[in-house]
Every structure is written in C-alpha cells, then in structure tokens.
Design a binder for this molecule. Structure first.
Ligand SMILES: O=C(O)CC1=CCC(=O)O1
Length: 91
C-alpha cells in the first residue's frame, strides 16, 4: 500500500543545541534505515519549508502508523497522510 505523507517539522526554538543535533542525527539514522528497507522509497524537501513530502510503501495503515510514530522527530511533526490508489489512466 502506497501513502503520500507530508511532514512539517516544528522544533522548539529554545531546544538545547546539543539535544537538537542528537535528535536530528537519530532522525537521519532512522530515515536511512527505513529507506534501505524499502518502506520509504521517496523523501523530498519542500522548497523553502522545514517540511518534506514522502512516499511510504507499507503493508497496512497500522504499519504506517507504527513507522511514523517510531521517528525520533514524531513529537515535533505535523503529519498529513494521503492513501494512494492506482489511477486508471496511468500507463
Ligand atoms: O527534515 C525533515 O523533513 C524531517 C525528516 C524526516 C526524515 C529525516 O531525516 O528528516
């Protein structure tokens, strides 16, 4: 099952710089792990925003929820999920 996911990151402005760096490194490691496993085939920065557009390829809604909530930045992101289906005109 494919899902289009938009993640908007809202880190607290007063977050300790070391804690911020550690959090972002953990997020990157987890994102790389999920990309290498094949469940996160697309990850794009939205120009001019601290946000991304991603495609996830997972087995269920629950699987996607578990994956998104495993992200270290999950507490600091607004996430919008759009389930995708086949388009009849796609060649
Ligand atoms: O920077 C972002 O868009 C949030 C994020 C998701 C995966 C990652 O490495 O950063």
């Amino acid at each position: 099952m494919l899902f289009h996911v938009r993640m908007d990151v809202h880190l607290p402005p007063d977050l300790d710089p070391d804690a911020r760096a550690t959090l972002l490194a953990r997020e990157r490691d987890r994102a790389v792990e999920l990309q290498q496993s094949g469940v996160w085939p697309e990850l794009w920065r939205i120009v001019g925003e601290y946000a991304n557009i991603s495609i996830f390829d997972v087995s269920s809604n629950d699987d996607l929820h578990d994956i998104l909530s495993s992200l270290p930045l999950f507490p600091y992101m607004k996430i919008q999920v759009t389930p995708l289906a086949q388009h009849p005109s796609k060649v």
